[in-house]
Design a protein around this ligand. Structure first.
Ligand code: SF4
Length: 346
């Protein structure tokens, strides 16, 4: 892989090594006037992710690629300093999407094998450039893809391996990139660097605040509903939707029923789904009114046991002995109200 590949898929170990060997240290990059345009590029990439959910796929020459790669750690530092799930997920997804464009354009089997190996995936090519991989590697990337074609049931597995097309490989690699970028964020940023990057951080933060309040995920938007009291499963799902990450059908159902069960107006639920990559207003409204009792049955959010089975619980340890997301919410609201009463009395 060369500098152009590194600029397009900046989370590879090759790209990290390249940066490690660079004469420009991260302190200089963040503080010296000479590197202002690199810092601005880093900030612009975060803003692109935030506003568009994707980063434009750019065809760099060597010089531009070097600048782009240097801007990557700046963007990561900005995202880390903001330390907000929404921007972390959205940024990781945008890096993954632009990496996908580059991976799709790669023709060399050797290069693709090297790239996949960097993400711990071993692949082989046949004469038609179809790819075979172990089913466990496949599941690791494909489990979050909800179209039927990605279900393992719809693939032929022979002796533990399955065949996919080169385009499918690019899509799976996109997911591998997303997971890698997201899992590395936020990271520790030294105090002096935080101070040096403050103007860029402040600009991004301001835009996040405007967007989240427009999308309705603010305390004001929910009126009676208290988002601070949502259980981790529901908060994570809302963050995912707003960061443009697709939800599974089961999580979509759980989130919708939960929000309706606690009294959120159907229109506000629709608003939340608007950021979803596959948002279709008519279908969303139909599903919401169906869950809300239009067909005679009002559905209730699934209990924790079902959420765990469906892979929708981010961690039972977070909720101690809670058995139902609605119970979690009710208890938290009760505690919050109690605190408010005490505060009023003081
Ligand atoms: S334990 Fe229950 S309430 Fe807590 S995150 Fe998991 S599913 Fe949600």
């Amino acid at each position: 892989m060369d500098i152009i590949d590194f600029a397009n898929i900046p989370c590879t170990s090759g790209a990290m090594e390249y940066l490690g060997k660079s004469d420009i240290g991260s302190n200089d990059l963040c503080t010296q006037a000479t590197f202002e345009s690199i810092r601005s590029t880093g900030k612009e990439r975060v803003l692109e992710a935030l506003k568009d959910g994707v980063m434009k796929y750019r065809r760099y020459n060597k010089l531009a690629a070097e600048k782009e790669l240097l801007a990557y750690p700046i963007a990561r530092m900005i995202v880390s300093c903001i330390n907000n799930n929404y921007i972390t997920k959205r940024y990781a997804l945008a890096v993954a999407k632009s990496s996908y464009e580059h991976i799709k354009a790669l023709k060399s089997a050797v290069l693709l094998k090297e790239l996949a190996a960097d993400f711990g995936i071993s692949i082989r090519f046949d004469d038609m450039m179809n790819v075979s991989m172990h089913f466990t590697d496949y599941i690791r990337c494909a489990h979050v893809l909800h179209e039927p074609k990605w279900k393992l049931l719809n693939r032929t597995v022979k002796q533990g391996t399955l065949m996919i097309s080169r385009d499918d490989l690019a899509r799976l690699m996109e997911e591998a990139v997303r997971q890698k970028v997201e899992s590395g964020l936020p990271h520790e940023v030294p105090k002096d660097i935080q101070v040096a990057l403050e103007p860029y951080i402040a600009e991004v933060r301001e835009i996040i605040n405007t967007r989240t309040s427009k999308q309705g995920f603010s305390k004001e938007g929910f009126s009676e509903v208290i988002p601070d009291c949502f259980p981790p499963c529901i908060s994570t799902a809302i963050t995912d939707v707003q960061a443009n990450v697709n939800l599974s059908h089961t999580m979509r159902f759980a989130m919708t029923s939960f929000l309706l069960n606690i009294g959120m107006a159907p229109d506000n639920v629709t608003e939340i789904f608007k950021a979803s990559p596959d948002f279709k207003e008519q279908a969303t409204n139909y599903q919401i009114s169906h869950i809300n009792g239009a067909s005679g049955i009002t559905y209730t959010c699934p209990a924790c046991a079902t959420m765990v089975t469906n892979g929708n619980c981010p961690g039972r340890v977070l909720c101690k002995k809670i058995e139902h997301p609605l119970v979690y919410y009710r208890r938290k609201v009760w505690v919050e109200n109690k605190k408010r009463v005490v505060q009023k009395q003081v």
